[in-house]
Design a protein around this ligand. Structure first.
Ligand code: 8YV
Length: 351
């Protein structure tokens, strides 16, 4: 059920006239919702109804802030239609759902949830890597289907993870947390590709070496994608890149749908041009390319890399704190855009 809590006067509001109004577009952990309700008049959606855009826009009228998730597009058209909006707090570290330029032009602050999900997401990177290389889900299906008749020396053999070469594309916080696990937990050789090279001390700590993308694809036994989505990152891995990979290699995509050309990947998997893939994100999700659903050598999960109970709560709390800090004190905790003059000119234009 959608609820609108009744207005309660608070000393927090700067003009002390009214409590700020906030829309939470999807269900969030109850504890985070209670924290928001202590400060704001909150319209929530704990039944997790997917609102069409016109309904979302209607609900945003009179709202100062909105908590979004990574699949809700915030663009110029929506901002035009919601002139009261001052902040969009994404409950996600990725914010490719934001048209940041349009938000800045409209004087709307954007925020995300970095750091709180780094370790949980890196854990999941390893879960997918191990499941993919060691054929965990494929062999489980075989067992459940009653096809297991006894031991064979080559049953579900796959490549080793320990001691292998891991190629990480995207060496931000999550990439570094994966490198840490790889080098220190699994004795892997880590090579990485990133726009900027890490400083020497960090490279040494992570035992990681920068290489160009093609070298990474040729040398890696396992390739892990953790770069943010941008138009420039679209199809970072397509047919041409898959050709460079070893036939025994695996590919893990933890990043965003669209970074991999899913059709090209499905063809490479079907033809065994690479050994296997582990995918948590998909082009056009929640739809999944039909060919990926039928190849046996793909481990497919529904965008759950950050889904530990504690981390999802931490993400919601950070998004809530961003709303509170910005609306009550004028300063976001983890901003993704700088408003500066844009905010002033927007306010002037509205006055
Ligand atoms: C989110 C994610 O669960 O943080 C991100 O960027 O991809 C996930 O942790 C997802 O975006 C839903 O908001």
């Amino acid at each position: 059920m959608t609820t609108i809590t009744s207005p309660v006067p608070t000393t927090h509001t700067s003009n002390a006239q009214r409590r700020h109004r906030v829309l939470v577009t999807r269900a969030i952990p109850d504890a985070a919702l209670r924290e928001l309700e202590a400060t704001f008049d909150v319209e929530s959606n704990q039944d997790d109804v997917l609102w069409p855009v016109h309904e979302l826009i209607a609900r945003l009228q009179g709202k100062d802030g909105v908590m979004t998730n990574g699949s809700l597009r915030i663009d110029a058209a929506l901002l035009e239609a919601c002139p009261d909006l001052r902040i969009c707090a994404n409950m996600a570290v990725g914010y490719n759902n934001f048209d940041v330029e349009a938000m800045t032009a409209h004087g709307v602050q954007g925020t995300n949830t970095p750091d709180v999900l780094t370790e949980t997401t890196a854990d999941f990177g390893f879960a997918l890597l191990l499941a993919t290389a060691r054929r965990v889900t494929e062999s489980e299906r075989y067992l459940r289907e009653g096809r297991w008749k006894g031991w064979r020396h080559d049953m579900f053999c796959g490549p080793d993870v320990h001691g292998a070469t891991l190629g990480i594309i995207g060496m931000g916080r999550i990439g570094q947390a994966i490198a840490q696990r790889a080098a220190h937990g699994f004795g892997m050789r880590v090579i990485y590709h990133n726009r900027s090279q890490l400083d020497a001390a960090t490279e040494q700590r992570l035992k990681a070496r920068w290489v160009d993308k093609n070298t990474l694809l040729r040398e890696a036994d396992h390739v892990m994608l953790v770069l943010p989505y941008s138009p420039a990152a679209h199809h970072t891995i397509g047919a041409a890149e898959l050709v460079l990979m070893k036939s025994t290699a695996t590919l893990v995509n933890l990043a965003r749908g669209g970074i991999v050309d899913d059709a090209a990947l499905a063809a490479a998997l079907r033809e065994r041009r690479i050994a296997a893939a582990g995918l948590d994100v998909f082009e056009g999700e929640p739809s999944v390319h039909p060919d990926l659903l039928t190849v046996p050598n793909a481990v497919l999960t529904p965008h759950i890399a950050s889904a530990s109970t504690a981390t999802r709560l931490a993400m919601a709390r950070l998004a809530a704190r961003n709303l509170q800090s910005y609306l009550l004190e004028g300063k976001a905790i983890t901003p993704v855009n700088k408003l500066a003059n844009a905010l002033a000119s927007h306010r002037a234009a509205k006055a």
